[in-house]
Ligand binder design. Structure first.
Ligand code: ADP
Length: 497
C-alpha cells in the first residue's frame, strides 16, 4: 500500500519542488487601508493609557518576521487599575442601565465589526499568519455574528433561564489565545456584556492587534468607559488578572498546562471559572462514507488553519477496508494545498504563529519519526523567511505514541485504522482530551450511536470545523469545562436564584 507513496523524513523545511497541479497568478489582499499604529497602549477606563511598567514588546508578522508594532506590557498595577475601572463601571453604569440599552451597545459593536471587517481581516492575517480567506470568511464574520447573537439575548435572560432570578456575576477576567484572536475576544466579551458583567480581557502576546482595534470600535460605539478593558502582556499579566481579588470570574482559553495552573490558583476562592483547553480530536471515517467529501473534511479539519485550532481533527481513524484509498487521496490532496503568503487569496495554509510554536511542532514531529511512524509531507516549497511547516501526516501510528496523544497544534495528522465501530470508539476516546470529534458515514443511526458514546463536547457528522454562535462549544476531561456559545454560553456569566 505504501510503496507508491513517497516518504520524506524532512523535518526542517528545505528546497523542494511544488507539487501543485497548476499555479495561480498572485492575488494579494491590499494592506494600505489598514492602519496599524507604531505603538499600542493599554485600554483602561475607555482610554488608551501608558503601562505602569513603561515597557512595550514587539509584535511581528509571522509570515515575514517583519516588525509590525509595539505592544504595552501590563503589570500588576495596571491589572489593578483595570479591575477597579471594571468594578466602577459595573456598579455605577452597566448593572443599572436597562437590558435593552445593553443590547443596543452590543448590537452597535457587531455593526462596527462588520463595517471594518476588511481591515480587521487583514490585520488578523498579518499578525497571526492565517490565510486571508480564513480571517475574511470565518474569523471576522463569526466575531460579528457572536455580538449580534448575544445582543439578542441581553433583554431576554428570563427566557434563557425560565422561572429563575438572573443576576450578573460582576467583573469577568478573560484570557484568550492566539489562534482566533478577534473571534475569541468576541466569544468571551459578547455573552459577558449581554448578561450584565463588565470585562478585563487579556489577549495573547503574539496577536494583540485586532483586540486593540476592537478597543477603537468600543470607543466608537460609545460603550461606557470601563465596561470593557483590554490589557496586553504575556503570562505574568494573565496570572496577575487571575489572582486579583476584585475579579469575580475567570474565563480562560489556552493550553491545558496553563489551565491547570489557573485552576490551582483559584482553588478555595469564590471565583467562578470556565476553561476551554486543548484537544486531540478523532475524525472517524467509516467504509460507507462518501470518501471524497471525507478527505476534504479531513483536510479542512487539520490543514486549513495550520492546525491552529483546539478542535482540529488531528487523529484520523479510517476503517481498514477503505484505508488505502483514503490515504492515497489524502496524500494527493496535501500535495495540492497552497502553502505561502497568507495575504494571497489562494493560500490554503499560512504561517505558523510563532517561532516557539514552530519548534514545538518540529519537536513532536521528530518524536513521531523516532517512534517509528511513517511520515508523508507535502513537497511544497516554503518561503525563506517566517515560520512555516509543510502539511504532514503519519501512518503506522501507535496509540500510545506522543503524536497520537499530545496536542501538536500544527498541520500534522496522525492516521490510525480500525475494524469495528466499537474499536473506533475505544481508540477515539483514548486520550486525556475530549473537545470535539468527527464522524463520516452514510448511516444516520451509526452517527447517533457513535455520538452518544464519544466523550467529546462537539461532534460533527459528515462535516468538520463548522461554527455557529447559536451552538455551544466546550469539552470533557482535560479539554476543560463550561460552554461557550449558544444559550449555554450565558450560564457562566450569571448567578441564578
Ligand atoms: P498557547 O499554548 O495556546 O499559547 P497558553 O496557555 O500559553 O496557550 O496561552 C493562552 C493565554 O494564556 C495567553 O493569553 C497567555 O498570555 C496566557 N497565559 C500564559 N500563562 C499564564 C498564566 N500563568 N496565567 C494566566 N494566563 C497565562
Amino acid at each position: 500500500m505504501t510503496t507508491e507513496i513517497e516518504t520524506r523524513e524532512r523535518l526542517a523545511p528545505g528546497p523542494a519542488s511544488s507539487s501543485v497541479l497548476w499555479e495561480y497568478a498572485p492575488s494579494l489582499e491590499s494592506t494600505d487601508h489598514v492602519k496599524i499604529a507604531s505603538r499600542y497602549n493599554l485600554f483602561i477606563g475607555g482610554k488608551f493609557v501608558e503601562p505602569h511598567s513603561k515597557k512595550w514588546f514587539p509584535t511581528l508578522n509571522p509570515a515575514t518576521e517583519e516588525h509590525l508594532s509595539e505592544i504595552a506590557e501590563a503589570d500588576a498595577e495596571d491589572v489593578d487599575r483595570a479591575v477597579k475601572e471594571a468594578r466602577r463601571a459595573y456598579d455605577k453604569v452597566w448593572r443599572k442601565i436597562s437590558a435593552s440599552e445593553r443590547a443596543k451597545y452590543i448590537f452597535r459593536i457587531a455593526r462596527l465589526i462588520q463595517e471594518k471587517s476588511r481591515a480587521l481581516a487583514v490585520a488578523e492575517t498579518m499578525n497571526g499568519g492565517k490565510p486571508i480567506k480564513e480571517s475574511r470568511d470565518v474569523d471576522i464574520p463569526l466575531a460579528a455574528a457572536h455580538f449580534f447573537y448575544y445582543a439578542g439575548w441581553a433583554d431576554k435572560l428570563e427566557y434563557a433561564f425560565p422561572n429563575r432570578n438572573v443576576a450578573p456575576v460582576g467583573v469577568a477576567g478573560q484570557i484568550i489565545p492566539w489562534n482566533f484572536p478577534l473571534l475569541m475576544a468576541a466569544w468571551k466579551i459578547a455573552p459577558a456584556l449581554a448578561a450584565g458583567n463588565t470585562v478585563v480581557l487579556k489577549p495573547a502576546e503574539t496577536t494583540s492587534i485586532t483586540a486593540l482595534m476592537l478597543a477603537d470600535i468600543l470607543q466608537e460605539a460609545d460603550l461606557p468607559p470601563g465596561v470593557v478593558n483590554i490589557l496586553t502582556g504575556a503570562g505574568a499579566t494573565g496570572a496577575a488578572l487571575v489572582s486579583h481579588d476584585g475579579v469575580d470570574k475567570i474565563a480562560f482559553t489556552g493550553s491545558t498546562d496553563v489551565g491547570k495552573r489557573i485552576q490551582r490558583a483559584l482553588a478555595g476562592t469564590e471565583k467562578k471559572l470556565t476553561l476551554e483547553l486543548g484537544g486531540k480530536a478523532p475524525n472517524i471515517v467509516f467504509e460507507d462514507a462518501p470518501i471524497d467529501q471525507a478527505v476534504e473534511g479531513i483536510i479542512n479539519g487539520i490543514y486549513f488553519n495550520q492546525g491552529h485550532v483546539c478542535c482540529a481533527g488531528s487523529r484520523l481513524f479510517v476503517q481498514e477496508s477503505v484505508a488505502e484509498p483514503v490515504i492515497r487521496k489524502l496524500r494527493d490532496r496535501i500535495g495540492t494545498l497552497r502553502v505561502g503568503n497568507p495575504l494571497d487569496k489562494n493560500t490554503d495554509v499560512g504561517a505558523i504563529n510563532s517561532r516557539a510554536q514552530l519548534e514545538k511542532i518540529q519537536e513532536l514531529v521528530a518524536s513521531g519519526v523516532e517512534e517509528g511512524a511513517e511520515m508523508f509531507q507535502s513537497s511544497c516549497s516554503l518561503p525563506a523567511r517566517g515560520y512555516w511547516f509543510a502539511p504532514t501526516f503519519f501512518t503506522g501510528v501507535s496509540q500510545s505514541s506522543r503524536i497520537s496523544q499530545e496536542e501538536i497544534f500544527g498541520p500534522v495528522l496522525s492516521v490510525l485504522t480500525f475494524r469495528t465501530p466499537e474499536e473506533a470508539l475505544e481508540k477515539a476516546n483514548n486520550t486525556p482530551y475530549g473537545l470535539s470529534a468527527g464522524i463520516w458515514t452514510e448511516k444516520g443511526s451509526r452517527i447517533l450511536k457513535m455520538a452518544s458514546k464519544l466523550r467529546a463536547g462537539v461532534i460533527w457528522a459528515n462535516t468538520y470545523n463548522k461554527f455557529d454562535p447559536t451552538s455551544p462549544f466546550g469539552g470533557y476531561k482535560e479539554s476543560g469545562f463550561g460552554r461557550e456559545g449558544g444559550r449555554h454560553g450565558l450560564g457562566p456569566y450569571v448567578v441564578l436564584s
